[in-house]
Design a binder for this molecule. Structure first.
Ligand code: SAM
Length: 322
């Protein structure tokens, strides 16, 4: 997990209310009405239990008032990397006990947390960024706490997958979040084959160093579907690259993409009628650069699942136009 972008000098989001200047005490940087609301939340007693708290994915302004109140009021806050989360806490003037709960110590720490819950403590769980449990630790703890009969609740907030889906412009009525694909190519291709028939927008997390390879495998396994690479969401260098998978794969292979990345892929076309002429023309233009019209018609009929004659006729019209 990489650090919050605001930890890196010169990359603070311009809109971040606390990115510049000295750390204010909790509430002093807020408007009176917001500060009053926060004061009321801080004064309300917290019930004993486990609070799963979302934190920003890059822009400190995305912390919620309830998150601040729970983080300030909990007996212990568990996080992945204490040094990292201390940065978030100091930005908001929260002086709170932080203990680490991450993939490598979770099995050892869980009994301690369950014992604290059994004593009636208020425990908050955060991750380095975004929503815990979403490609981050926490599932086993939540499950164990529920099984032990403790109060468990979540405080919603930032998550890269929803931020990406909300701005990608791809169908959002049905989506499948598949986390990180396997790093090894064989396993990755197998995983992609398993996703190919799913009639939903696919949402994936990926590391920048593997982006080009993953896009190439997605293009091979899923064909020329519309896709979006959403990068550095909520941060200064936020960017969305949009295009057909094969085109995006080629573009990304030709330039260095850095930062944190979400890949989104449109659902498969329900039938060949849903493959628009525009898409066929776009693919024809690329394929005709290297193949005859007859071959291009065969290749794209297979790739797009449309009749060969339809591709041929559109290709003929393109040639006449040229
Ligand atoms: N729990 C987090 C959440 O709710 O989104 C995700 C944690 S996962 C270990 C980290 C991955 O989330 C990154 O490698 C990247 O794929 C994605 N991610 C996190 N922050 C992001 C951002 N600001 N922009 C784009 N992707 C981001």
């Amino acid at each position: 997990m990489t650090a919050h972008d605001e930890d890196q000098p010169g990359d603070e989001p311009a809109s971040d209310p606390v990115a510049s200047g000295a750390t204010p005490p909790l509430g002093s940087a807020l408007s009176p009405s917001v500060a009053n609301r926060l004061a009321a939340l801080l004064a309300a007693p917290l019930a004993p239990g486990l609070y799963v708290v979302a934190t920003p994915i890059g822009n400190l302004g995305d912390i919620t008032l309830r998150a601040l109140a729970v983080l300030a009021g909990a007996d212990t806050v568990y996080c992945e990397d204490t040094r990292h989360s201390r940065g978030l806490f100091s930005a908001f003037g929260i002086r709170q006990r932080l203990r680490s709960y991450h993939d490598h110590n979770a099995d050892a720490e869980r009994p301690r947390i369950l014992a604290e819950l059994a004593e009636g403590k208020r425990i908050a769980l955060i991750s380095d960024a975004g929503t815990p449990l979403i490609s981050d630790p926490g599932y086993k703890l939540v499950r164990s706490a529920i099984e032990a009969g403790h109060f468990v609740t979540s405080l919603p907030g930032a998550s890269a997958l929803l931020a990406a889906l909300a701005s990608a412009g791809l169908p959002s009525d049905r989506f499948l979040f598949a986390g990180f694909l396997p790093a090894k190519q064989g396993a990755r291709r197998e995983a992609i084959a398993g996703l190919a028939g799913i009639e939903a927008t696919l949402v994936l997390y990926e590391a920048p160093g593997r982006l080009a390879d993953t896009l190439a495998d997605l293009a091979t396994g899923l064909g020329p579907r519309e896709a979006v690479v959403a990068r550095e969401l909520t941060k200064l260098h936020e960017e969305c690259l949009r295009g057909l998978l094969p085109v995006l794969a080629t573009d990304v292979a030709a330039r260095e993409i850095r930062g944190e990345i979400v890949i989104l892929v449109a659902p498969p076309p329900a039938s060949s009628r849903e493959v628009g002429d525009e898409l066929i023309r776009e693919r024809l233009t690329a394929v005709l650069a290297e193949a005859s019209l007859r071959d291009a018609a065969r290749i794209l009929a297979d790739e797009l699942g449309v009749p060969k004659k339809r591709v041929y006729d559109l290709g003929l019209a393109l040639k006449v136009q040229d």
